[in-house]
Structure formats: C-alpha cells, structure tokens
Design a protein around this ligand. Structure first.
Ligand SMILES: [Zn+2]
Length: 159
C-alpha cells in the first residue's frame, strides 16, 4: 500500500527528470484533511518563470489518483521562498551524476567569508569553466562549458 506521501514523493521534476520533487525540496507537506479525508499537498515553486509547475501539479494529482486518492488538492505556497539550499544531498548527487552541476550552497551567517566558488565541470571536475548563455535547455538552467574537456553542461541557477 503506497501512502499518499510516498506517491507524491516519487513524482519527478519534469525538466530534471532524474530528481524527485521531494529531493528538489519543493514538496512541503502531504496531509489528509480530517473532515473530508481529502489529501492536501503543499508545494513551493522553484522559479516563478518555471512552466514546469503546472506539469508537477498534474503529475501529483495523477500519482495520488493511482494511489487511491482521486480528489486531491495541490496548494502552492510562495513563502518562505524556495532556494537551492533545499535540494537534498541525495538530490545533489543525482544532479551531478546526470551532468547537471549542483548549485553551490549559499553560505548564511557565521564567520565564513563567502567565496565565489567556481562552477565545476560535472564530467571531469575541472573548475576551468565558463558561462556560455544565461539560459540553458530551460529558463531554470544556465548553459556552461568546460575549458578542460570542452563539454557543455547545464548549471542549475542558485537562488
Ligand atoms: Zn570538463
């Protein structure tokens, strides 16, 4: 028996198909309304310009319908805003394995002076990379190229 939470957590991001919405950190909660028994899913969009959110909402409803909850509701919450820090360690590893450079974690607070970290090539690990275009295969990603191995790759923009 698949729980509603398990069904929703298995939905993959339509643009970065290797990562689930749970690993991407946009899945906030899956709850059952005690009065109606209806499943209420709360998600936080990644980028406001991402048309993928409509696909994600439809995929969540489809996954829940398959798990026996055809009348689920998907709510969108914009605060607190999603940041790339919400991507789980497992999600970062999957992005790297797929040739998508995971965003550097934004250092917050403490005495650490934030350094401008080089975007490392996901194929050879070289920091000798350059941005080719602000927009990669989707608006959420930038296109980068590695000077060491000449491979282009998508870099998920850090927020
Ligand atoms: Zn490289």
């Amino acid at each position: 028996m698949t729980t509603p939470r398990e069904a929703v957590a298995g939905v993959v991001d339509p643009e970065i198909r290797v990562i689930t919405i749970d690993e991407l950190g946009i899945l906030r909660s899956v709850e059952e309304d005690p009065a109606t028994g209806r499943i209420v899913v709360t998600i936080t969009p990644t980028y406001t310009g991402c048309p993928a959110m409509d696909v994600i909402r439809a995929d969540i409803r489809r996954a829940l319908a398959a798990a026996g909850h055809p009348d689920a509701e998907v709510r969108t919450v914009h605060a607190p805003a999603w940041s790339t820090d919400w991507i789980s360690e497992r999600g970062r590893a999957k992005l790297a394995a797929a040739g998508i450079a995971p965003p550097a974690s934004a250092a917050r607070g403490g005495n650490v002076v934030p350094l401008t970290l080089a975007v490392r090539c996901p194929r050879c690990g070289s920091p000798e990379t350059e941005q080719v275009s602000r927009f990669g295969s989707t608006a959420c990603k930038a296109l980068w190229r590695c000077r060491a191995c000449s491979e282009p790759f998508d870099h998920l923009k850090a927020l």
